[in-house]
Design a protein around this ligand. Sequence first.
Ligand SMILES: C[S@@+](CC[C@H](N)C(=O)[O-])C[C@H]1O[C@@H](n2cnc3c(N)ncnc32)[C@H](O)[C@@H]1O
Length: 578
Amino acid sequence: MSLYFDAEAILTAPASGGSFKSRIYSARDLRAKPAQIYALVSEAAKWDTILAEVIENADILSLERKLNPLLALLLVHDHLLAKRGIAAPATHPLRQAVERHKVRLKAEFTKSRVRRGCGSVEQLKTKILREKREADGSSHFVYPRWVRVNNIRSTLDGQLRTTFADYRQVDSLVQLAPPDEGQPKQKLLYRDPHIPDLVAVPYGADFTSSPAYKNGEIILQDKASCFPAYLLLGDRGADDPWVGNLVDGCAAPGNKTTHMASLVAKQKQTGRKQIFSMDASKVRSKTLHKMVSLAGAESMVTILQGQDFLALDPQEERFQDVSGLLLDPSCSGSGIIGRDDVPDLTLPKTKTKVAPGKSQGKKRKRQADDEEDAGEKSKVTVGAPTVSPSDENDTPDGVMDHDRLTKLSNLQARIVEHALSFPAATHVTYSTCSIHLMENEAVVARVLASEVAQRRRWRLLRRDEQPAGLRKWKHRGVRRDRENGESGGSPAEVDLPEEALEACLRCWAGDAEGLGGFFVAGFVRDGEDDEDERGDETSFQVKGKGMVRAAAADKDNPQEVEDEGDDEDEDDWEGFSD
Ligand SMILES: C[S@@+](CC[C@H](N)C(=O)[O-])C[C@H]1O[C@@H](n2cnc3c(N)ncnc32)[C@H](O)[C@@H]1O
């Protein structure tokens, strides 16, 4: 019986971030096996709508006060559908509470099947999975497996002839949707129309043992994560190669560094070290090292292990030719899918109305007493998942309040502004896997208004200047957070012109594009008409709901202003007010 109580405890614990699986495996004091709990909940989630219907029609919640809706759903699932039935002794009161109604439950289950015109339980399963996908809109989108071809070691044509030789090309992502239960999986491939050398295959396709993966010819990298390097380096070829060196300032585990290297290789420029790639974390720098080596990019990439990008001196001799910088700093990670993918089960309702308060309380008390008596109440505690060296972001628990967002936003803006100060820099990209305005458009607004951007005439890379594939991308910057409360409770809004919002690229989870939440913007400057000194009368700041003009903090002593920022990097902006 501990299986059901443990599953209940995990499903009802407050959201703590992390995937559902990691939530189970990091829970303390579990008595059932984590794999068993995961299997029970995943299976029950496939059947929940029908089980809720059966339980409601059999009305067992009004008759059996020991059951609550969630326990009833889990128990009735195993009673009707698990090979071995309910995993508890036959004399257990909760097992008896279900089995007392076995005739009724079976009859209601059969009625539900027949009502849907299904001759077998298998057919019913296929039908309800389709019903569920249609109901939550997910029949129209899929999360495929994205595969990027590494131009250092291979070519797209080469991979289509080898690794994907037995894949059939389809012309839409929807065709990669998982097959109905019982249908065979197919080898299908979709060539991405936005990012060169990127393909999608059905989720679950496993390349980890394929030679192409082991040799670094293909890299498993989400589509959105391919936007920044492509935005920076574009569609250049051998006759129009990138001029100057490149920097990836926040590089581990190395997806974007290796993508930059791949794009540079496509321009037939593999001979010399051209990319400085660094990460402040020494542990993650080791992963970066492995990825660069696997991708065959060692001759092009200089890795600065454990290097804080903010501590780099842009005036150093070795950075004098750096013309492009890619910044993908730590963020809230709020766009990552699967972060808190705890199944949202459809639960049965009680038919007979129980008076609120008194009797509900009694019911809960009685049930609690039963569980205590049996010594079975789960003691499980679900904590925030621990940070692993592969975690990219600073907030793995996903818990985000206004203060944390403000601090992240301050740091992100500082990192981009530092990039804008490299003497030969003409192109910079800034990206996050966050959906929060404060980490995205608001950072862009602050950076554009910064002293360095104004003095050196940095501006946004307009949509019509973007690489061909990204110009076609529909989802652009937004003026306000999509959902109230996304930014820790305070509605945030940014006052950027339409053209600036058009220049920003967004990705959203849950639409037809098959991606998580992501943001990227490119900054450019001609580099020929810098004002050497800071403009004398004004600078811009973002305050309240928009950008307002404010007097320059200290026009006579910019260094002092800079130093203050360095000392107290996280409290210089208070974020949005209402
Ligand atoms: C979102 S991840 C980068 C992912 C990487 N661009 C990729 O595509 O594989 C952010 C990384 O920035 C690093 N980081 C954060 N602040 C940094 C700083 N000031 N200097 C260098 N690295 C930093 C973190 O250690 C983390 O590994």
